[in-house]
Design a protein around this ligand. Structure first.
Ligand SMILES: Nc1nc2c(ncn2[C@@H]2O[C@H](COP(=O)(O)OP(=O)(O)O)[C@@H](O)[C@H]2O)c(=O)[nH]1
Ligand SMILES: [Mg+2]
Length: 420
């Protein structure tokens, strides 16, 4: 595979402003595309925005604007033109031949970043699967030159078409292989997560670069990679949050979201994101200092819905509050997002308050009770310590009186053990 990142490609950004939408959204999204491009090591040579009521079915931005961009791209010696939208295969082909230079859409940019950042065999397979699904309908045109070259010789006509069919078959086979291998890894994870089902699972979710990894690190005393970079984390990592009560709390750091996250990518990452769907609590982290806070929250909520996690209880965490300097601004935020928790991942005392809030959330689901453990079942005593917070033990005539607090799930597990 070509490593575009090292070539310091010069890129030019193109956005379409739909007249029914706010221009700020288009500009914010373009700004984000610029950061995505920089994450890939590209140099941004400029940008253009076209306003239309609907995208053009052939050229997306309209033929006139396309000509204009072709001239600018030539003048600025642009290597790749990046469109801030997902282009259909036909649009991509048409625009590329009109501009006479390489054209990428937003999906391709995001896929490339994911490919560069994937570290585990699972995430590499997930990204490759999404890339192949993206490529499959776009093969047409790739081999068209074969037909053009041999166009005059009737016996060879269709060579390109044949090549496309061979490629399609190869890609489909590879897709099946990847899907099977991912299913296998998913089954192994299910076994692992069953082992953890007696614990509380907290998943940290939110927009990319909101500070999810930094917060997870500070809460659990870990040293996961946190960077001022989009999509530094692709894998879900689970860490133990030490508490005085049982069950233990597990905190999972996950991949961040972004607007227009390619659908194929979400589908591929569904198994990694199962820690989100199966969590007992979501910490939805937002960058409180971002002017686009509202849009970031909406995007995250949309993706949560797409992966079936909309019903999981959540706490909204307003991170990077150290960057919100004015008291007035902090007050406005507190009022706009009631129940949210302001925090700075750089301030351990504030993070401690967040940890307390998480524990408090779970404390509400604890039930206190006293159980008599007969002396012929004392081997179960260790399970009480594992699954509940044991508050008092009294060795009486009829057995051990254990006063403890437990969640309903763990009570059910204990009752099963006591009956068995
Ligand atoms: N000022 C400030 N910077 C933060 C805070 N939390 C994270 N960051 C920085 O924001 C960038 C992204 O953080 P990271 O944890 O990787 O974000 P993630 O993509 O959500 O996991 C890093 O450069 C962090 O150092 C915070 O509370 N305050
Ligand atoms: Mg991260």
């Amino acid at each position: 595979m070509i490593n575009y990142s090292q070539e310091k490609q010069r890129v030019f950004l193109v956005g379409l402003h739909l007249k029914s939408e706010k221009i700020e959204n288009t500009l914010d999204s373009l700004k984000e595309l610029a950061s995505l491009a920089k994450t890939l090591g590209f140099r941004v040579a400029g940008q253009e925005v076209q306003s239309r009521s609907t995208p053009d079915s052939k050229s997306y931005i309209g033929g006139g604007k396309l000509k204009e961009i072709q001239k600018i791209a030539g003048r600025k010696k642009v290597d790749i033109v990046l469109f801030d939208h997902e282009l259909s295969p036909n649009q991509g082909k048409f625009i590329e031949s009109a501009l006479d230079c390489m054209v990428w859409d937003r999906t391709q940019v995001i896929l490339e970043i994911f490919a560069n950042h994937a570290r585990t065999p699972e995430s590499r397979d997930q990204v490759e699967l999404a890339q192949l699904k993206y490529m499959l309908p776009r093969l047409v045109g790739l081999w068209a030159h074969l037909d053009r070259e041999k166009g005059g010789i009737s016996a060879s006509r269709g060579t390109g078409e044949k090549q496309i069919n061979i490629d399609r078959k190869l890609i489909r086979n590879k897709i099946t292989r990847l899907e099977n291998s991912l299913k296998k890894m998913d089954r192994e994870r299910t076994v692992q997560s069953k082992n953890r089902s007696s614990c509380f699972q907290v998943s940290v979710v939110g927009y990319t670069n909101a500070g999810k990894t930094s917060l997870t690190n500070c809460m659990t005393g870990s040293d996961l990679l946190a960077q001022d970079k989009l999509f530094a984390t692709l894998e879900s990592t689970t860490r133990l949050l030490p508490t005085e009560t049982k069950p233990d709390l597990l905190v999972s750091d996950t991949v961040g979201f972004i607007r227009n996250l390619p659908h194929n990518l979400i589908a591929s990452f569904r198994s990694t994101l199962s820690v989100v769907k199966d969590a007992n609590l979501l910490l939805h982290v937002v960058d409180a200092s971002s002017p686009n806070i509202e849009q970031h929250i909406d995007t995250t909520e949309k993706v949560l819905k797409e992966i079936g996690a909309e019903k999981v209880p959540r706490l909204l965490v307003l991170n990077k509050i150290d960057q919100v300097e004015e008291d007035m601004d902090r007050m406005i935020l507190a009022k706009a997002y009631p129940g949210s928790i302001p925090v700075s991942a750089l301030d351990p005392e504030m993070v401690e308050l967040l940890t307390e809030a998480v524990k408090e959330h779970f404390a509400r689901s604890f039930v206190r009770e006293c159980i008599i453990l007969p002396y012929d079942k004392t081997e179960l005593l260790s399970h009480f310590y594992q699954l509940t917070s044991v508050e008092e033990l009294e060795y009486a005539e009829d057995g051990i009186h254990i006063t403890h607090a437990a969640t309903l799930t763990n009570k059910r597990i204990l009752n099963g053990l006591l009956k068995g």
